[in-house]
Design a protein around this ligand. Structure first.
Ligand code: F0G
Length: 460
């Protein structure tokens, strides 16, 4: 046993089980499609051992856990340098730690957004920037866990349907683990940045003539017919990894619970994962209360908003999704039931924002020297609405979960600043109100006078 495995295999790590979210059936092993063999609903991971006499609660307790996780920050072991596996007490245990595939994911910054805060009359506003992960999105935190389990199970192939970020992340982790990756993406509907990542990391990339929801359907059939490991977010191991962003956030806030956490909603796995993390943290005595978790969708891709407003959260209202925030262009979200449970348990809400509101919010986050991809900016646009409604107060602690890096979708950003993002759309006329945030590049003769005149015209 190497030093790393000796340190990683702690007796406190409890074994996990898979439980169906609808019928509660328990199983030790997942089927190919990660659906309950009894009723077909989604699975979640539970840890019955946590509360046992030799479980983490009795063994370490909240203070012991917080201490242990903090101490690992100065460790040089790969398993501790991962901002995900550092929290391995609350993750499913790998039987073989040699299977771990890590790119030192997690460890993402919590930034203040002073300009954004000022513009909405808040004293403070924070962005937890998950776009600062190795492949530029939050997907890496879940991928390290699920890809490691694929490796441990001996799979040669992993696969996903994606709006771009999952595929980039999966391709990277598969490459690191020496596995082949199969990517199904909607043709012409993902950003070049994400597509180029999948290609460079060596994925077999198939652009299907359909949308994301169509890609999911095709993939579901593929995994039934071939021995490929499914890495979409119906895979509950991904959600376990994504939980760690919430733990890291609380650590960064010195375990002071924020009032609100605002998350973009697409397939609704991330909001579910973060909610699960907060509920588990409360259950383990790490925090005394819960933040309110709210989910923001684009108006054109709003199945959760409609499900709650039109069907009381009982039946999923599917939509034909259309938004320039291609990451969340999803009309049939897999994890809608999990997300609704989180909204109810944390007393959160849902809201939707227009394309113009999202584009403006994205530029404002950029102007704070941070930036993010369009899907992440719905959080700030949504916050503005929640403040107006009085759901959020200006003196509260609010965390925006920024899910993807600015450079994921440079085409959107360039078009925005050049002023042609909305050309030919129904929003074209109204898009004039974005001009205060637009910074188109200036073409000049190559001499200092021209540059100086331009600077002087710009003003101080
Ligand atoms: N933000 C970004 C940047 C995303 O890439 C996604 C989802 C979301 C938010 C929404 O998260 O699906 O958990 O509600 N992207 C997926 C993909 C679906 O394939 O990359 P969610």
């Amino acid at each position: 046993m190497t030093d790393q495995t000796a340190s990683a295999r702690r007796p406190e790590q409890a074994l996990s089980q898979l439980r169906c979210i609808a019928c509660g059936a328990l199983s030790g092993q997942a089927t190919q499609n990660f659906r309950c063999p009894t009723c077909g609903d989604l699975l979640e991971i539970v840890y019955p051992g946590w509360k046992s006499a030799d479980g983490i609660q009795a063994n370490l307790g909240p203070a012991g856990l917080k201490n242990l996780w903090r101490q690992r920050k100065i460790s040089t072991l790969p398993v501790d340098q991962s901002g995900v596996w550092r929290f391995r007490e609350i993750l499913p245990a790998l039987a073989d730690w040699q299977a771990m595939i890590s790119l030192r994911e997690g460890n993402t910054p919590l930034y203040e957004l002073p300009g954004c805060a000022r513009s909405v009359g808040m004293q403070r506003l924070y962005g937890k920037h998950q776009g600062m992960n190795p492949t530029g999105s939050f997907k890496d935190t879940g991928m390290t866990v699920a890809a490691s389990f694929a490796q441990q199970a001996g799979f040669r192939w992993v696969a996903c349907a994606s709006t771009g970020n999952t595929s980039a992340s999966m391709a990277a982790y598969a490459a690191r683990g020496g596995m082949h990756s199969l990517v199904l993406i909607p043709e012409g509907q993902i950003s070049w940045g994400k597509l180029s990542q999948a290609l460079d990391y060596g994925a077999l990339t198939c652009q299907l003539k359909t949308d994301f929801d169509g890609c999911v359907q095709v993939l579901n059939e593929v995994v039934q017919r071939m021995p490929v490991y499914l890495l979409n977010s119906v895979n509950p191991y991904r959600l376990e990894g994504q939980k760690t962003a919430a733990l890291e956030l609380l650590e960064q806030l010195d375990w002071r619970v924020p009032d609100h956490v605002i998350v973009p909603g697409g397939n609704l796995a991330n909001s579910s994962a973060l909610g699960k993390a907060f509920l588990e943290m409360k259950d383990l005595g790490l925090i005394p209360c819960l933040p309110r978790i709210s989910i923001i969708q684009a108006e054109g891709a709003n199945p959760l908003v409609r499900t709650l407003r039109e069907a009381g959260g009982k039946e999923l209202v599917r939509v034909r999704a259309e938004t320039m925030a291609t990451a969340i262009r999803i009309g049939n979200p897999a994890s809608w039931k999990k997300a609704i449970r989180v909204l109810q348990a944390t007393d959160g809400t849902v809201e939707q924002v227009s394309e113009l509101e999202m584009a403006l919010a994205k530029a404002e986050i950029g102007a704070d020297g941070i930036g993010c991809e369009p899907a992440s900016a719905v959080t700030f646009a949504g916050l503005k609405k929640l403040l107006k409604q009085g759901f959020v107060q200006t003196n509260q602690i609010v965390i925006l979960i920024l899910t993807g890096h600015l450079l994921k979708d440079p085409e959107f950003t360039l078009k925005f600043h050049r002023g042609d993002l909305f050309s030919g759309t129904a929003d074209e006329r109204e898009s004039g109100r974005l001009s205060s945030q637009q910074r188109a590049p200036v073409v000049l003769e190559a001499n200092a006078d021209a540059v100086i005149r331009t600077v002087e015209k710009f003003g101080s």
